[in-house]
Write a protein that binds this ligand. Sequence first.
Ligand SMILES: [Ca+2]
Ligand SMILES: [Ca+2]
Length: 457
Amino acid sequence: MRRTSRLPVSFPTGFSLLLVLGAMLSGSVSAQQAASIPARPISSPAALPELQPVVSPLPSLVPVFTPQPGTAAPRPTPLTAPKPTPKPAPVTSTPVPRPSDPLFERQWNLQSIQVPGAWAQLPANRSWGPPVTVAVLDTGYVDSPELRARVVNGYDFVSNPARSGDGDGRDRDASATGQYAYHGEVIANLIAAAHDGRGMAGLNPQARIVHVRVAGNDGLIEVGDLVDSLKWAAGIPVPGVPTNPNPARLLNLSLYADFIPLTRCDPRVQAAVDAVTARGTLVIAGAANDGADAAGYSPAGCRNVLTVTSVTHSGQRPTYANWGRSVALGAPGGEQGHGIPASSLSGMNGERSPDGTSFAAPHVTGVASLLLTVRPRLTPAQVRDLLTRTATPFSGGCDPDPARTCGAGLLNASGALRAALASATGAASPGPGVKASPAPVRPAPAPARGSSGATSR
Ligand SMILES: [Ca+2]
Ligand SMILES: [Ca+2]
């Protein structure tokens, strides 16, 4: 039976376009469990919350080093004269960080894209560079203990009170409500969960998250709300809404249109993406979950969007995952029964393992945030180039049909960070030891235009 990503709702009339979250509801969490998520009403503050400078030390990326296999255990001093022992071999490589968070051992997704190898290249003294702000345009704010002082309740852009679930339209409280509240929570945690010995380990535990609520209680999104959310998240003024005091460098869009005629990127979404890109903000989107060509989807098929499809534990594209020339990369999205482990307040034992391209995209967002941490001035096109040219090609392609491409390959966090650090491109200022790159980062190739009018990259 063909899997479907469509949420079990009847589409209301009167919308020019609706978008549906790319959630693949995992069988491990029932709708009843998900529906038990408590709403967290937060009184409207006088001003929008601003991310404050972190006064306490950020959690270390490498709080605990677990002995690696083969590491010699301490031995008692022998009573007899010891034989001369050979000198230990000089250490030639940096220990691979192993966060002590209990879920880390099951986070296969981090291993498959070599995230620990990326962490190993970062300074252990927390002097990575300025934290990167990431906006998650999704179901809204959940007060995740994985994020604490690094998350803000951004803005609620759900304009229709009949679908908002909070009794009103747009307002300053982006708190998530309803059975899909976990969706944005998991995405934010994948990007930025603390390495604190509890729950999971995020890709970038220094990143800051701005939750932008764009999906209603039913998981549906109106195009006007999405367009305004995109602009606002990047710091572009939106009429009637206070300016975002925490403009983001990266926007994660784990959502897509999947019931309009799937022929092209919606021009309204395209215009917003272009405006955001012009401000130096990169839009990263899931490819969608229909096992179809992503070119006809919004925002997956839009120009200037870094579109991500899913890869399973065994390195294959799952049948649900979209494909095609619009797809830039693959990243772990998992499959039913073998999803992406993550902390979640409403999940059984505080965790859940959903699957879908919704959960592939934040892997790319998290790695992109690491690149911007070490090279804050990278442009969206330069980030895209670093991520795609360091990807691990799929052996034999990701589908027997060569038209069903998954882009450049599987995301390689370690390779991308190595390439960024080897170049001065995007550096805040060339510091000692930073060599100018003999080969500057190439700009993204010009998009080609297909016969359908859809854009591809
Ligand atoms: Ca509201
Ligand atoms: Ca944690």
